[in-house]
Write a protein that binds this ligand. Structure first.
Ligand SMILES: [Zn+2]
Length: 291
Protein backbone atom coordinates (compact mmCIF):
# COMPACT_ATOMS: atom_id res chain seq x y z
CA UNK A 1 0.00 0.00 0.00
CA UNK A 2 1.39 3.37 -1.01
CA UNK A 3 1.36 6.35 1.36
CA UNK A 4 1.77 10.08 0.99
CA UNK A 5 2.77 12.72 3.48
CA UNK A 6 0.07 15.33 2.96
CA UNK A 7 -0.12 19.03 3.82
CA UNK A 8 -2.94 21.54 3.68
CA UNK A 9 -1.50 25.04 3.53
CA UNK A 10 -4.06 27.79 4.13
CA UNK A 11 -3.98 31.44 5.12
CA UNK A 12 -4.36 30.72 8.84
CA UNK A 13 -3.45 27.06 9.40
CA UNK A 14 -1.15 24.38 8.05
CA UNK A 15 -2.19 20.75 8.58
CA UNK A 16 -0.12 17.66 7.95
CA UNK A 17 -0.68 13.92 8.13
CA UNK A 18 -0.07 10.66 6.27
CA UNK A 19 -2.68 9.22 3.91
CA UNK A 20 -2.76 5.89 2.07
CA UNK A 21 -3.81 5.17 -1.50
CA UNK A 22 -7.40 4.40 -0.46
CA UNK A 23 -7.72 7.91 0.97
CA UNK A 24 -7.57 6.78 4.60
CA UNK A 25 -5.80 9.06 7.07
CA UNK A 26 -3.10 6.86 8.64
CA UNK A 27 -1.26 9.29 10.91
CA UNK A 28 -1.75 11.95 13.54
CA UNK A 29 -3.03 15.30 12.31
CA UNK A 30 -0.33 17.89 13.01
CA UNK A 31 -1.54 21.48 13.10
CA UNK A 32 0.39 24.76 12.88
CA UNK A 33 -0.54 28.42 12.60
CA UNK A 34 0.55 29.65 9.18
CA UNK A 35 3.70 31.71 9.81
CA UNK A 36 4.15 35.22 8.49
CA UNK A 37 7.46 34.56 6.75
CA UNK A 38 8.51 32.32 3.89
CA UNK A 39 11.42 30.83 5.85
CA UNK A 40 9.14 29.76 8.68
CA UNK A 41 6.68 28.12 6.27
CA UNK A 42 9.55 26.25 4.61
CA UNK A 43 10.88 25.25 7.98
CA UNK A 44 7.57 23.62 9.00
CA UNK A 45 7.48 21.73 5.71
CA UNK A 46 11.11 20.62 6.05
CA UNK A 47 10.67 19.42 9.62
CA UNK A 48 7.60 17.36 8.77
CA UNK A 49 9.18 16.01 5.59
CA UNK A 50 12.35 14.93 7.43
CA UNK A 51 10.19 13.03 9.95
CA UNK A 52 8.13 11.08 7.40
CA UNK A 53 9.97 11.14 4.08
CA UNK A 54 11.45 7.64 4.44
CA UNK A 55 8.08 6.09 5.17
CA UNK A 56 6.08 7.56 2.26
CA UNK A 57 6.03 7.39 -1.54
CA UNK A 58 5.19 11.03 -2.25
CA UNK A 59 4.65 14.43 -0.70
CA UNK A 60 1.19 15.85 -1.47
CA UNK A 61 0.38 19.50 -0.83
CA UNK A 62 -3.11 21.02 -1.00
CA UNK A 63 -2.54 24.75 -1.03
CA UNK A 64 -4.36 28.04 -1.24
CA UNK A 65 -3.75 29.63 -4.61
CA UNK A 66 -3.86 28.40 -8.18
CA UNK A 67 -1.35 25.62 -8.93
CA UNK A 68 0.39 25.23 -12.29
CA UNK A 69 -0.40 22.39 -14.68
CA UNK A 70 2.85 20.64 -13.77
CA UNK A 71 1.65 20.51 -10.13
CA UNK A 72 4.99 21.89 -8.99
CA UNK A 73 4.27 25.44 -7.90
CA UNK A 74 1.76 28.17 -7.20
CA UNK A 75 0.98 30.72 -9.88
CA UNK A 76 -1.44 33.12 -8.23
CA UNK A 77 -4.51 33.90 -6.12
CA UNK A 78 -2.59 33.81 -2.88
CA UNK A 79 -3.82 37.07 -1.40
CA UNK A 80 -3.98 35.51 2.05
CA UNK A 81 -0.47 34.02 2.06
CA UNK A 82 2.89 35.70 2.54
CA UNK A 83 4.52 37.54 -0.31
CA UNK A 84 6.90 35.37 -2.25
CA UNK A 85 4.93 32.17 -1.59
CA UNK A 86 4.67 31.67 -5.34
CA UNK A 87 8.46 31.50 -5.57
CA UNK A 88 8.89 28.46 -3.30
CA UNK A 89 10.57 25.55 -5.09
CA UNK A 90 8.62 22.81 -3.31
CA UNK A 91 10.47 19.94 -5.01
CA UNK A 92 13.70 21.15 -3.36
CA UNK A 93 12.22 20.31 0.05
CA UNK A 94 12.24 16.53 -0.47
CA UNK A 95 13.96 13.70 -2.30
CA UNK A 96 10.51 12.17 -2.91
CA UNK A 97 8.15 13.47 -5.58
CA UNK A 98 6.41 16.65 -4.36
CA UNK A 99 2.95 17.14 -5.86
CA UNK A 100 0.84 20.30 -5.41
CA UNK A 101 -2.80 20.97 -6.12
CA UNK A 102 -5.11 23.86 -5.28
CA UNK A 103 -6.97 23.07 -2.05
CA UNK A 104 -10.47 23.26 -3.55
CA UNK A 105 -9.41 21.20 -6.58
CA UNK A 106 -7.95 18.63 -4.20
CA UNK A 107 -11.15 18.59 -2.12
CA UNK A 108 -13.19 18.13 -5.31
CA UNK A 109 -11.02 15.12 -6.17
CA UNK A 110 -11.50 13.63 -2.69
CA UNK A 111 -15.28 14.01 -2.98
CA UNK A 112 -15.14 12.39 -6.40
CA UNK A 113 -13.02 9.44 -5.23
CA UNK A 114 -14.44 8.73 -1.77
CA UNK A 115 -17.17 11.29 -1.05
CA UNK A 116 -20.37 12.94 -2.24
CA UNK A 117 -19.67 13.03 -5.99
CA UNK A 118 -18.48 9.43 -6.31
CA UNK A 119 -19.70 7.84 -9.53
CA UNK A 120 -20.44 11.17 -11.23
CA UNK A 121 -19.09 12.15 -14.65
CA UNK A 122 -19.18 15.90 -14.15
CA UNK A 123 -19.13 17.61 -10.78
CA UNK A 124 -18.58 21.08 -9.38
CA UNK A 125 -17.36 21.57 -5.82
CA UNK A 126 -17.65 24.86 -3.98
CA UNK A 127 -15.88 25.45 -0.68
CA UNK A 128 -17.78 28.14 1.20
CA UNK A 129 -15.56 29.55 3.93
CA UNK A 130 -13.97 32.95 4.51
CA UNK A 131 -13.65 32.94 0.72
CA UNK A 132 -14.98 30.62 -1.96
CA UNK A 133 -12.90 27.93 -3.66
CA UNK A 134 -13.94 25.81 -6.59
CA UNK A 135 -13.03 22.54 -8.26
CA UNK A 136 -14.52 21.15 -11.46
CA UNK A 137 -14.17 17.52 -12.56
CA UNK A 138 -15.06 16.51 -16.10
CA UNK A 139 -14.87 12.87 -17.21
CA UNK A 140 -12.37 11.72 -14.57
CA UNK A 141 -10.14 14.78 -14.88
CA UNK A 142 -9.78 18.00 -12.95
CA UNK A 143 -10.42 20.99 -15.15
CA UNK A 144 -7.15 22.93 -14.87
CA UNK A 145 -7.31 25.34 -17.81
CA UNK A 146 -4.34 26.50 -19.85
CA UNK A 147 -2.37 27.70 -16.82
CA UNK A 148 -3.88 25.77 -13.91
CA UNK A 149 -6.21 28.44 -12.56
CA UNK A 150 -9.53 27.06 -13.86
CA UNK A 151 -12.25 26.65 -11.26
CA UNK A 152 -11.37 29.79 -9.32
CA UNK A 153 -14.70 31.37 -8.40
CA UNK A 154 -14.09 34.93 -9.55
CA UNK A 155 -16.76 35.21 -12.22
CA UNK A 156 -18.77 38.45 -12.06
CA UNK A 157 -22.19 38.55 -10.42
CA UNK A 158 -23.13 42.19 -10.96
CA UNK A 159 -21.85 44.79 -13.43
CA UNK A 160 -22.02 47.94 -11.32
CA UNK A 161 -19.06 47.72 -8.90
CA UNK A 162 -20.82 47.10 -5.60
CA UNK A 163 -18.28 45.06 -3.70
CA UNK A 164 -14.52 44.77 -3.97
CA UNK A 165 -13.32 41.16 -4.06
CA UNK A 166 -10.20 39.73 -2.40
CA UNK A 167 -8.72 39.27 -5.89
CA UNK A 168 -8.69 43.03 -6.44
CA UNK A 169 -11.60 42.92 -8.90
CA UNK A 170 -15.26 43.76 -8.36
CA UNK A 171 -18.36 41.72 -7.61
CA UNK A 172 -16.99 38.20 -8.05
CA UNK A 173 -19.09 35.21 -6.92
CA UNK A 174 -16.66 34.83 -4.00
CA UNK A 175 -17.68 38.15 -2.45
CA UNK A 176 -21.40 37.20 -2.60
CA UNK A 177 -21.28 33.52 -1.56
CA UNK A 178 -18.60 33.36 1.17
CA UNK A 179 -18.85 33.80 4.92
CA UNK A 180 -17.40 37.26 4.37
CA UNK A 181 -20.27 37.90 1.97
CA UNK A 182 -22.88 36.96 4.56
CA UNK A 183 -21.26 39.42 6.96
CA UNK A 184 -21.35 42.15 4.30
CA UNK A 185 -25.02 41.33 3.57
CA UNK A 186 -25.72 41.84 7.26
CA UNK A 187 -23.63 45.03 7.50
CA UNK A 188 -25.48 46.52 4.55
CA UNK A 189 -28.93 45.50 5.78
CA UNK A 190 -28.42 46.63 9.37
CA UNK A 191 -26.00 49.49 8.78
CA UNK A 192 -23.79 47.98 11.46
CA UNK A 193 -20.11 47.21 10.88
CA UNK A 194 -19.88 45.02 13.97
CA UNK A 195 -22.53 42.46 13.07
CA UNK A 196 -21.12 38.94 12.55
CA UNK A 197 -22.18 35.86 10.61
CA UNK A 198 -22.75 34.28 14.03
CA UNK A 199 -25.31 37.03 14.83
CA UNK A 200 -27.15 36.24 11.60
CA UNK A 201 -27.24 32.48 12.21
CA UNK A 202 -28.34 32.94 15.83
CA UNK A 203 -30.99 35.47 14.75
CA UNK A 204 -32.38 33.07 12.17
CA UNK A 205 -32.63 30.37 14.83
CA UNK A 206 -34.72 32.78 16.89
CA UNK A 207 -36.93 33.58 13.90
CA UNK A 208 -35.68 37.19 13.59
CA UNK A 209 -37.26 38.47 10.37
CA UNK A 210 -34.40 40.79 9.45
CA UNK A 211 -31.81 38.04 9.91
CA UNK A 212 -33.91 35.63 7.85
CA UNK A 213 -33.99 38.23 5.05
CA UNK A 214 -30.19 38.57 5.23
CA UNK A 215 -29.68 34.80 5.04
CA UNK A 216 -32.14 34.76 2.13
CA UNK A 217 -30.17 37.33 0.23
CA UNK A 218 -27.00 35.25 0.68
CA UNK A 219 -28.88 32.17 -0.57
CA UNK A 220 -30.16 34.07 -3.61
CA UNK A 221 -26.62 35.00 -4.63
CA UNK A 222 -25.38 31.43 -4.12
CA UNK A 223 -28.30 30.23 -6.27
CA UNK A 224 -27.48 32.71 -9.07
CA UNK A 225 -23.89 31.45 -9.11
CA UNK A 226 -24.82 27.78 -9.10
CA UNK A 227 -27.35 28.33 -11.90
CA UNK A 228 -24.56 29.78 -14.03
CA UNK A 229 -22.16 26.96 -13.16
CA UNK A 230 -24.86 24.37 -13.87
CA UNK A 231 -25.69 25.87 -17.25
CA UNK A 232 -21.99 26.01 -18.12
CA UNK A 233 -20.88 22.56 -17.03
CA UNK A 234 -24.09 20.49 -16.94
CA UNK A 235 -22.89 18.66 -13.81
CA UNK A 236 -24.39 15.52 -12.28
CA UNK A 237 -23.92 17.20 -8.94
CA UNK A 238 -22.79 20.38 -7.19
CA UNK A 239 -21.07 19.69 -3.87
CA UNK A 240 -20.95 22.30 -1.11
CA UNK A 241 -18.17 22.08 1.46
CA UNK A 242 -16.39 24.41 3.87
CA UNK A 243 -17.39 25.94 7.19
CA UNK A 244 -20.35 27.91 5.76
CA UNK A 245 -21.94 25.00 3.88
CA UNK A 246 -23.80 23.87 7.01
CA UNK A 247 -25.83 27.10 6.90
CA UNK A 248 -27.03 26.55 3.35
CA UNK A 249 -30.54 25.23 2.79
CA UNK A 250 -29.43 22.57 0.30
CA UNK A 251 -32.92 21.50 -0.71
CA UNK A 252 -34.00 25.05 -1.44
CA UNK A 253 -30.85 25.73 -3.47
CA UNK A 254 -31.37 22.56 -5.50
CA UNK A 255 -35.02 23.34 -6.19
CA UNK A 256 -34.41 26.93 -7.21
CA UNK A 257 -31.39 26.09 -9.36
CA UNK A 258 -33.32 23.38 -11.18
CA UNK A 259 -36.36 25.60 -11.70
CA UNK A 260 -34.41 27.91 -14.01
CA UNK A 261 -31.68 26.13 -15.99
CA UNK A 262 -31.23 25.03 -19.57
CA UNK A 263 -29.85 21.55 -18.72
CA UNK A 264 -31.42 18.54 -17.06
CA UNK A 265 -31.64 18.81 -13.24
CA UNK A 266 -28.50 18.67 -11.14
CA UNK A 267 -28.15 17.34 -7.61
CA UNK A 268 -26.91 19.73 -4.91
CA UNK A 269 -25.27 17.93 -1.97
CA UNK A 270 -23.20 18.53 1.11
CA UNK A 271 -19.61 17.25 1.01
CA UNK A 272 -18.94 14.01 2.87
CA UNK A 273 -15.16 13.52 2.68
CA UNK A 274 -14.61 15.52 5.87
CA UNK A 275 -12.33 18.29 7.08
CA UNK A 276 -9.23 16.73 5.57
CA UNK A 277 -10.64 16.39 2.05
CA UNK A 278 -7.96 18.72 0.68
CA UNK A 279 -5.12 16.56 2.00
CA UNK A 280 -6.91 13.36 0.95
CA UNK A 281 -7.49 14.60 -2.59
CA UNK A 282 -3.93 15.84 -2.97
CA UNK A 283 -2.59 12.52 -1.65
CA UNK A 284 -4.77 10.47 -4.01
CA UNK A 285 -3.70 12.56 -6.98
CA UNK A 286 -0.03 12.40 -5.98
CA UNK A 287 -0.10 8.63 -5.44
CA UNK A 288 -1.90 7.99 -8.74
CA UNK A 289 1.03 9.64 -10.46
CA UNK A 290 3.72 7.92 -8.38
CA UNK A 291 5.11 4.76 -9.95
ZN1 LIG B 1 -12.54 38.05 -7.19
Amino acid sequence: MKHALAFDIGGTKIYSTTIDETGAVTGEIDKFSTPKTLDEIKSILKTQISKYEDKVDAIAIATAGAVNNENTGVIGSTGNLVQGYNSIDFQKLSTKKVFLENDANAAAWAEYKIGASRGSKVSVLLTLGTGVGGGIIINDRLLKGKSGAAGEMHFKMYPDKRRKCTCGGWDCFEIYASGTALKIDAEEALNDKNVTTYDVIEGVKQNDKKMIEILNRWHNDIIIGIKGLTNLFDPDCVILSGSMAQFVDIKRVEEEVNSDIVTTPTSVRLATAGNYAGMIGAALLALERTV
